[in-house]
Design a protein around this ligand. Structure first.
Ligand SMILES: [Fe+2]
Ligand SMILES: [Fe+2]
Length: 142
């Protein structure tokens, strides 16, 4: 049972750091989406962003699901919040699949649209975790 405590405040620092990295990347994506006059740079940013997300998002979500989500649902009674966050993870996984396919097939216009949706959901999701979940887990684990 001691392992559950280790999934408390200790892991939150890393998750928060990763959120900040994702936010920097999303700011760059915003800038690229807003720069249709510079298509080469736009494509370069989008291509690298797909790679960044593919390399960083799945592991981050997996660690949350195996760590703070379990703690929050099983120990802290936050099942409803965790259900919503899990569903968002599944939606993000699907969108990540789609942007990878779009990038592979050079569907830049479609990629720009899907990426915009992905960024919007990821921002909502991070806000939900940092307001509705992490503070409770942090208090409990402290
Ligand atoms: Fe998450
Ligand atoms: Fe997260």
């Amino acid at each position: 049972m001691g392992g559950l405590v280790e999934h408390g405040a200790k892991d939150l620092g890393r998750l928060n750091d990763e959120h900040r990295l994702m936010e920097s990347r999303m700011q760059l994506i915003d800038d690229a989406v807003d720069s249709p006059d510079d298509p080469d740079w736009q494509k370069d940013v989008l291509r690298k962003s797909v790679r960044f997300l593919a390399e960083n998002l799945p592991g981050h979500m997996y660690r949350e699901e195996e760590g703070v989500f379990l703690t929050a649902a099983n120990q802290l009674g936050l099942e409803t919040t965790v259900d919503t966050l899990r569903q968002q993870h599944n939606d993000l996984r699907q969108m990540l699949e789609i942007v990878q396919q779009q990038e592979k097939h050079h569907q830049w216009e479609a990629l720009t649209l899907t990426m915009t949706d992905l960024v919007e959901l990821l921002r909502d999701h991070i806000a939900g975790e940092e307001t509705g979940l992490f503070p409770v887990v942090s208090q409990w684990g402290a």
